[in-house]
Write a protein that binds this ligand. Structure first.
Ligand SMILES: Nc1ncnc2c1ncn2[C@@H]1O[C@H](COP(=O)(O)OP(=O)(O)OP(=O)(O)O)[C@@H](O)[C@H]1O
Ligand SMILES: [Mg+2]
Length: 255
């Protein structure tokens, strides 16, 4: 039995096929643990626009005012999260949608209130509720809304939330499902990148925007038991050569 964390990007959610959800259900039926963490950027933008609420990004993170926070929580927890739960049910599995606030799964701290408002970094993950669901063969579907020590909801980047959860549950597999075939450089997909190279690609601006928290999240979760993280396209067939694998640097063997 292995534990997998799948981060499903808001960028790809609408286009995911029934086969994608069936693949997850097949794994759960085989006895694997699967935890889903999802984003919801496009759906949040749509609702903010509909309500004429202004929203800006600063260094890749959405500035989150009280009004923006209300919409982020409504859309992620109330809409996107439940759409995934229903898709998994149709594919034959019981799934339970939670946000990081439920069971204190994700406790976070404001990064910089003046710069980003109610945006947080995860400081603590409680695996109690996740474990309870997994031992009952239910798929936890986590919306990346956390709370601080005082119960204030905080908007957390979904890639970072998934990374914190993957580390806390000692996942054997961690996959980012997004809208591109992997990490690209000079128009070509990179099949694998080592940690040092990934840091360099970020510094050089080759990896930018929404790919930055994904690659940083992958790097942060690499351990001796999780030595590779994959970034794949949710709308392309999945095989061993799919996507980009981010790996720990291989240490030179000195004889
Ligand atoms: N070097 C790169 N290779 C591939 N994609 C890149 C690269 N640099 C930046 N990107 C961008 O990263 C995007 C993926 O991140 P994005 O945040 O948009 O999606 P997501 O995380 O799947 O969705 P959400 O943020 O809604 O959960 C790609 O669509 C692409 O535009
Ligand atoms: Mg993103």
């Amino acid at each position: 039995m292995s534990t997998s964390v799948l981060k499903i990007g808001g960028s790809t959610l609408e286009k995911l096929s029934d086969t994608f959800y069936q693949g997850i259900v097949n794994r759960v039926e085989k006895g694997d643990n699967v935890i889903i963490v999802h984003g919801g950027g496009p759906a949040i933008n749509h609702q903010l626009e509909a309500l004429a609420i202004k929203s800006e990004f600063c260094e890749g993170l959405r500035k989150t005012t009280t009004d923006v926070l209300t919409i982020v929580e409504q859309v992620l927890s109330g809409q996107t999260n439940k759409e995934i739960v229903r898709k998994l049910k149709l594919a034959g599995a019981e799934a339970v949608g939670i946000s990081g606030c439920d069971g204190s799964t994700l406790i976070a701290k404001e990064i910089d209130v003046h710069k980003w408002g109610y945006v947080g970094n995860v400081t603590t993950v409680s695996t109690k509720l996740l474990d309870l669901l997994l031992t009952n063969q239910m798929i936890p579907v986590v919306a990346p809304v956390a709370m601080n020590q005082l119960g204030q909801p905080l908007n957390v980047n979904a890639d970072a939330a998934a990374s914190a959860i993957a580390a806390a549950v000692s996942a054997e597999e961690f996959v980012f499902v997004t809208d591109v075939d992997g990490v690209f450089h000079n128009g070509k997909k990179l099949d694998q990148i080592y940690s040092k190279q990934a840091e360099q690609l970020i510094a050089d601006g080759v990896i930018s925007g929404g790919m930055i928290p994904k690659v940083k999240g992958a790097l942060a979760s690499l351990t001796s038991s999780l030595n590779k993280v994959r970034i794949v396209n949710g709308n392309a067939p999945y095989d061993e050569r799919s996507g980009t694998i981010i790996m720990t640097q291989v240490k030179a063997i000195i004889s």
